[in-house]
Ligand binder design. Structure first.
Ligand code: FAD
Ligand code: EPU
Length: 341
């Protein structure tokens, strides 16, 4: 594969940031990846790129960007209750979900319409509407970029957490995830506990739950409040929802008892609660804010957006201002979910 020099990444990240990669190449299989690495030993910084939907480039990338284009998905085995589907890291996530929905395999329907590719799905253990990929994950194959060795990872090996995995922390930038195998149910078991999902299914008058109905409901909710990457630049939620103590939650309730609306929160373990960062950000007055082309989305305050020509530094600076005001008002430190480069 030809390595290109000074390559614009504008079309390769959903924020639409016009960063330049010093070197860029695609790979369609493991052999190609190996040979690119072998022929470019002198380039020390390397990163794997998927759909670019969870990255903010704050500057040009002074290294080699390797875009994973490994495609293909197939059922590799099945038993009485489960089918095992192996997909290439370059497969579009939503295409995999639609493949499963069409065949009535249960497990991925709540994760419909998440942008990005299969190879990145374990990176932050993608999640939505009460389901995370750890719930259906079986195993993955990854290639160690320095040792040049293949390694098989089970779910336990991946240390999945809320928007976390071993690949986002300990093994950051060490492996290229080549393919992922998911274990799906032949007889679907539905998870419709998420409030907004339940309400949408009621609105749609769904009485008989199917994989397709749940997927359709999720697509409707997402389309109504999240920006379409083809129209407005973003990387989805910019921050994680913070986990706070019962004392912090009590203080927030006290501060807002005259608002007329309840403070939203979810239980997270014995003594802790998750509070939506979008609510905290909205309460600090940022929702719909715009400075130049960088903004806080008018329908979902947790999503920072690029209306056209913002650069990564402008988006990052806005995120810093938001972080500071949430810390000042609530004493809570927001943690970024998006990968900053
Ligand atoms: P990229 O952005 O290309 O990469 C993300 C990180 O993973 C980078 O560090 C990259 O180096 C690394 N990486 C990518 N591929 C590989 C690989 N094959 N091997 C090793 N490392 C790799 N996320 C959710 O969890 N839930 C949501 O509901 C959700 N909604 C979103 C809505 C919108 C509108 C947008 C724009 C994003 C949303 N996201 C959501 C975030 C994003 O879609 C996911 O994190 C997705 O999995 C990123 O995939 P990607 O292929 O675009 O990864
Ligand atoms: N809220 C507000 N104002 C806002 C946005 C949200 O008050 O502007 C409050 C509301 O009370 C709302 C609650 O937050 O009911 C939850 O909002 P939403 O259902 O939109 O979910 P979220 O917590 O903001 C999380 C994920 C999303 C995921 C949805 C659905 C994180 C960081 N984000 O968002 O994931 O799609 O739940 O499960 O956990 C992503 O990771 O990129 C992403 C989009």
């Amino acid at each position: 594969m030809q390595v290109q020099k000074d390559f614009s990444l504008k079309k390769y990240n959903t924020f639409g940031i016009a960063a330049i990669a010093r070197y860029f190449s695609t790979f369609f299989n493991t052999e190609e990846l190996e040979s690119i690495i072998e022929n470019n030993k002198k380039i020390t910084s390397k990163m794997i790129l998927g759909g670019g939907s969870n990255i903010l480039f704050t500057k040009d990338y002074d290294g080699l960007v390797l875009k994973n284009e490994i495609c293909g998905m197939k059922v590799i085995k099945d038993d009485e209750n489960f089918v095992y589907i192996k997909a290439g890291g370059g497969v579009k996530w939503h295409n995999l979900v639609m493949f499963c929905v069409d065949q009535n395999f249960g497990g991925l329907e709540n994760l419909s319409l998440i942008p990005g590719n299969v190879g990145a799905s374990p990176m932050q253990n993608i999640g939505a509407y009460g389901v995370e990929i750890k719930d259906v994950f079986y195993q993955l194959e990854a290639f160690h970029l320095k040792e040049k060795e293949m390694q098989l990872f089970s779910a336990d090996d991946c240390s999945f957490g809320y928007r976390e995995s071993i690949f986002k922390n300990k093994y950051k930038n060490e492996f290229a995830i080549l393919n992922v195998t998911y274990r799906l149910r032949k007889k679907p078991v539905f998870n419709i506990s998420y409030g907004a999902l339940l309400q949408e299914l009621e609105k749609m008058n769904i009485t008989d739950l199917t994989v397709k109905a749940v997927s359709d409901a999720v697509i409707r909710i997402r389309s109504s409040k999240l920006p379409d990457p083809a129209l407005i630049g973003s990387a989805g939620s910019f921050f994680k929802n913070p986990v706070i103590t019962s004392h912090q939650l009590y203080e927030i309730h006290r501060l807002h008892e005259n608002d007329g609306k309840d403070v939203p929160f979810y239980k997270s373990g014995e003594e802790h609660f998750k509070i939506p960062a979008g609510w905290l950000i909205e309460k600090c007055g940022w929702k719909g804010y715009r400075k130049g082309d960088a903004g806080c989305y008018e329908k979902q305050a947790l999503v920072l957006v690029n209306y056209g020509r913002a650069n990564g530094k402008e988006i990052y600076d806005l995120s810093e201002e938001i972080k500071m005001s949430v810390r000042e008002k609530f004493g809570i430190d927001l943690e970024r979910e998006v990968n900053i480069l």
